[in-house]
Ligand binder design. Structure first.
Ligand SMILES: Nc1ncnc2c1ncn2[C@@H]1O[C@H](COP(=O)(O)OP(=O)(O)OP(=O)(O)O)[C@@H](O)[C@H]1O
Length: 260
């Protein structure tokens, strides 16, 4: 995607001057970024630079961390997600999250996916629910592998399958945005390749933000990249430009493997 394409796309998320403090320690300084619809945006940078902290701001997961204080503004389709009258449970259905370690519930494959639609009242009856479960598993590229064992525990699947189950679980509640925090770091190269292909398919219908330690992965799966360093967003732009022609010296050093 070149910068012109960015202008053609709807901006789904806008962050302005976002700061995060953990107690007295400031972890993020004035982060401003626009995240476009139907594209993958990668957050890269050395360990501890604040990638995950910023990702967690986007669906208010930092609310669950004691002592964390978020400042600035984040809007989803123009709506302030930190507005006091916003329903956080609803927000987390619209902005789903997939974690580093696959974390299926200790329930059947079917119930893992049906859980969200049940609590959000998305299915009128059992056949509606069946349809949501099957279509979510299909979209996550898992249905064919599990269709004969939907009642077996989700935890009995391989790591890569569990991660796709978690993606199906996020998809089942009809999100607009999917946040992924190093979704492949616990997976082998083959399972990683499957998830990367899946991310590439999902971007046709979702806004995806991925935190990754792997620059190769960012280059393979994303159209936009943002480079973080010591709590600052140093540089952002089309992935190709960030990797081939970074403007900032710190970005250059990171890309060249000189920091991090
Ligand atoms: N719950 C917390 N309490 C206190 N400090 C925290 C907490 N979570 C993160 N931090 C601090 O905030 C800073 C940013 O951490 P964060 O995990 O967001 O970075 P990261 O870039 O995602 O790192 P990594 O790549 O290692 O996961 C770090 O200095 C970290 O120690």
């Amino acid at each position: 995607m070149n910068p012109t394409d960015m202008l053609d796309r709807q901006i789904r998320l806008t962050a302005r001057d976002v700061t995060v403090h953990y107690g007295t320690k400031q972890a993020l300084h004035g982060i401003s970024i626009d995240i476009p619809d139907r594209a993958v945006t990668a957050f890269i940078g050395p360990s501890g630079c604040g990638k995950s902290t910023f990702l967690r701001c986007i669906n208010r997961m930092n609310d669950t961390i004691e002592g964390a204080k978020v400042g600035g503004t984040i809007k989803l389709d123009g709506e302030d997600i930190y507005s006091p009258d916003l329903d956080v449970v609803e927000l987390r259905a619209r902005i789903g999250m997939v974690f580093q370690k696959p974390n299926p519930f200790p329930k059947s494959i079917y119930d893992n996916v049906a859980y969200g639609p049940r609590i959000h009242g998305l299915a009128r009856n059992k056949s509606d629910l069946d349809e949501i479960v099957v279509s979510s598993l299909r979209k996550a590229g898992l249905f064919e592998e599990v269709k004969d064992r939907l009642q077996e525990p989700g935890t009995g699947l391989s790591g890569g399958q569990q991660q796709r189950l978690c993606i199906a679980r996020a998809i089942a509640v009809g999100p607009e945005v999917i946040l992924m925090d190093e979704p492949c770091s616990a997976l082998d190269p083959i399972a990683t390749a499957v998830i990367e292909e899946l991310i590439d398919e999902l971007r046709e219908n979702y806004t995806i933000v991925i935190v990754t330690h792997s620059m190769q992965q960012a280059a393979r799966v994303s159209q936009r990249t943002a480079f973080f360093h010591l709590g600052h967003l140093i540089e952002q732009g089309p992935t190709e430009d960030i990797f081939t022609n970074p403007v900032n010296k710190q970005t250059q050093d990171y890309i060249m493997g000189r920091i991090g």
